[in-house]
Write a protein that binds this ligand. Structure first.
Ligand SMILES: CC(C)(COP(=O)(O)OP(=O)(O)OC[C@H]1O[C@@H](n2cnc3c(N)ncnc32)[C@H](O)[C@@H]1OP(=O)(O)O)[C@@H](O)C(=O)NCCC(=O)NCCS
Length: 177
């Protein structure tokens, strides 16, 4: 089956998984949009849902590129809003696969806002888990990912902490039932 750039291809089309691990850099994606007046909440700043949609879209593009085909969101695990956005801002979300399991991918998304010619301001950060699926919607294996730079090693270590935390939380919640 021919390879496809999943971010550009049909979402339901699945190509053979590449068994070779990939670099963190290889499936990075960036997505931008303008905050319009229509995106404001009643207090004048940009609605949070605007960023949530941007985050999920860019995370999907990254997951699909890494997994050589369609992937679905399992959890938006952590979303931090660091600064408000305002009409006229250009918001840019940058996503990368920071860790993998057998079929799942931990995606980190970092969002900045640019106001005119000013410096980019960090506005949000999110951590999501996607699962690669076949054409029937069943989980399928994904290539591993490996870091190359100091910052990427730090992101990979943070994923290990998140995975441990997830396990502990799941256990504690089961005990509380
Ligand atoms: C994602 C989905 C295919 C998983 O199916 P499943 O039968 O639960 O699959 P599994 O139990 O084998 O889990 C698959 C992977 O997801 C991970 N996973 C499942 N639930 C999770 C959770 N709450 N948090 C983090 N990871 C989770 C598992 O750890 C496993 O990872 P691994 O293979 O790397 O070890 C299924 O739950 C689904 O289709 N969900 C709906 C997705 C959706 O519609 N998203 C919104 C629109 S894109």
């Amino acid at each position: 089956m021919p390879s496809v750039d999943a971010a550009m291809g049909t979402p339901t089309r699945v190509v053979e998984s590449d068994p070779q691990p990939k670099t963190m850099n290889s499936s990075r994606c960036e997505l931008s949009r303008v905050v319009w007046r229509a995106d404001q909440n009643m207090f004048g700043s940009g609605r949070g849902t605007l960023l949530l949609e941007l985050v999920d879209d860019v995370a999907w593009a990254t997951a699909a590129r890494h997994a050589n085909g369609h992937a679905v969101t399992v959890t938006v695990e952590h979303m931090i809003f660091k600064n408000p956005t305002w009409a006229g801002d250009v918001v840019t979300a940058f996503a990368q696969v920071e860790g993998t399991g057998r079929t799942s991918m931990d995606i980190g998304v970092y969002v900045t806002a640019q106001r005119g010619a000013s410096e980019r301001v960090p506005v949000a950060e999110a951590h999501l888990v996607f699962v690669a699926v076949d054409s029937e919607g069943n989980p399928r294996t994904v290539p591993g990912v490996y870091p190359e730079t100091e910052a990427e090693y730090a992101a990979a270590r943070a994923v290990e902490i998140r995975r441990e935390h997830r396990k502990t939380l799941r256990g504690a919640l089961e005990q509380a039932r």
